[in-house]
Design a protein around this ligand. Structure first.
Ligand SMILES: Cc1ncc(COP(=O)(O)O)c(C=O)c1O
Length: 337
């Protein structure tokens, strides 16, 4: 049975073109840096983001954590949003892998009070550690944060000689929403982690980009973490299509998400979080206690959804069309009638 899957864009399957490219990919041994397809992918992502170099990482979590591991030494402090993926959804990895202290800061949906943030930057003393890194995220859940805001964050970081890491799992979605080139977002960060396997449909992988020197260090640390891979050009072949082709169609997902949001807006008691309506996700809550059994009802009727924090998050992606979305939202409406 085919389910209509609204849980995430991570559920997207590799396209037929990706499968063909994977089958015929030229490969080598990437630990010796001689996998030609992987070298092409890493260069392509670095160039696309306006950085010197890139290194392929099996997942977004691994890539973010490798960034921290490479930027910091044990005991350093990292400033991060209190609801950032790095701190909320990465299994408590940072103190385990890097031995860093995460300083989590409250925000207004991803936007810090920057005066407050600056005051939290620490210098090493007998009793305080030193802040080393600031982590930001764009897109932040369903919201594309403005370039002006990142410009300010980056200026504060420079003033205090700190590095900035951007969790750009969905940076291509943010770029579409802001109508800018991805490199315009990436330029405010020293390092960026980009996911290939979300809305871009590749089966596996992220790329961490930065300076040549940083990437060389990260490559060594990736090996420490067991992330040295061999004939990985098979994955890179799909990754190249993700960047070159699939990033260009994300506007379709954003428009389908707006179509879905419009259908949801017509259902009584559904309250859409309009501040998070920038990308391919629709965040909403339902003022009706029957909502707690909605997930089971939808599943029984062929639609997979996920409760998200206090409410719901429905996601538009390549493997869904408007007919699927209409079927799913009609079911929600029927359930609450
Ligand atoms: C913002 C953000 N960062 C990082 C990740 C981690 O990616 P992965 O699931 O590949 O570890 C995700 C995953 O959904 C994410 O949404």
């Amino acid at each position: 049975m085919r389910y209509i899957d609204l849980r995430s864009d991570t559920v997207t399957k590799p396209t037929e073109e990706m499968r063909q490219a994977m089958m015929s990919a030229m490969v080598g041994d990437d630990v010796f840096s001689d996998d030609p397809t992987m070298n092409e992918l890493e260069d392509l992502v670095a160039k696309t983001l306006g950085k010197e170099a890139g290194v392929f990482i099996p997942s977004g979590t691994f890539s973010n954590q490798l960034a921290l591991f490479t930027h910091c030494k044990q005991g350093d402090e990292v400033i991060v949003d209190q609801f950032a993926h790095i701190v909320q959804h990465e299994s408590g990895a940072s103190p385990v892998i890097s031995g860093v202290q995460l300083f989590t800061l409250e925000s207004d949906l991803g936007i810090w009070d920057l005066k407050k943030m600056e005051k939290m930057i620490k210098k090493r003393t007998i009793s305080t550690t030193n802040t080393k890194l600031i982590c930001i995220e764009n897109a932040y859940n369903g919201r594309a944060l403005s370039l002006d805001y990142f410009d300010e964050v980056s200026k504060i970081a420079k003033k205090h000689e700190l590095k900035v890491h951007l969790d750009g799992a969905r940076i291509f979605n943010a770029a579409v929403a802001l109508n800018v080139d991805v490199s315009e977002i990436a330029k405010y960060a020293d390092t960026v982690s980009v996911c290939l396997s979300k809305g871009l449909c590749a089966p596996v992988g992220s790329v961490l980009v930065g300076t040549k020197e940083f990437v060389e260090q990260a490559r060594m640390r990736r090996k420490i973490m067991g992330g040295g891979m061999r004939q990985v050009g098979i994955l890179a072949a799909a990754g190249k299509i993700a960047i070159e082709k699939m990033s260009k169609r994300l506007i379709e997902d954003h428009e389908n998400a707006e179509y879905m949001a419009n259908l949801l807006r017509n259902i009584p008691n559904i309250v859409i979080d309009e501040r998070q309506r920038d990308i391919n996700m629709v965040f909403f809550d339902i003022d009706d206690d029957r909502k707690f059994a909605l997930e089971d009802y939808m599943f029984e009727n062929g639609v997979k959804i996920l409760e998200y924090e206090d409410g719901f998050r429905f996601v538009a992606h390549h493997d869904l069309d408007r007919k699927d979305i209409k079927i799913a939202i009609d079911l929600v409406e029927k359930y609450f009638q």
